[in-house]
Design a protein around this ligand. Sequence first.
Ligand SMILES: [Zn+2]
Length: 135
Amino acid sequence: MKTLQASDHLVLSMESVKRYCKECEEEIHGRRDKRFCTDYCRASYYNRANAEATSLMRRVNYKISKNRRILARFNPTGQAKIAKQKLIESGLNFDYFTNTYKSQTGQVFYFCYDQGYHEMGNKYVKILARNKVKD
Ligand SMILES: [Zn+2]
């Protein structure tokens, strides 16, 4: 009778846990840290993940660019006060911006690239171009 060697035991324990490809869900053979059955599956998994991220970024960039265009149209001199309703009617999406800026007086502006706005109560919005920021 063959005695069980330490190396035999290692092989047995490695095979006892079945692993499945993250892409095609086929069983994976070979190295324990393998997550895909083939290079093909690995590539298609990451290509798809990348395509989804790129598509999301494109949609977000489009919304922010549109916001910037709307703000710039109402702000020819770099500083403007406008009825909030006009911005809403123009299609400004208040949920999308690139960054915020707090003025020395504590007003928070939401910037879409170089055009920022600050809501003055419920009815008016102050628009400020980046080059007019005094800080
Ligand atoms: Zn696979």
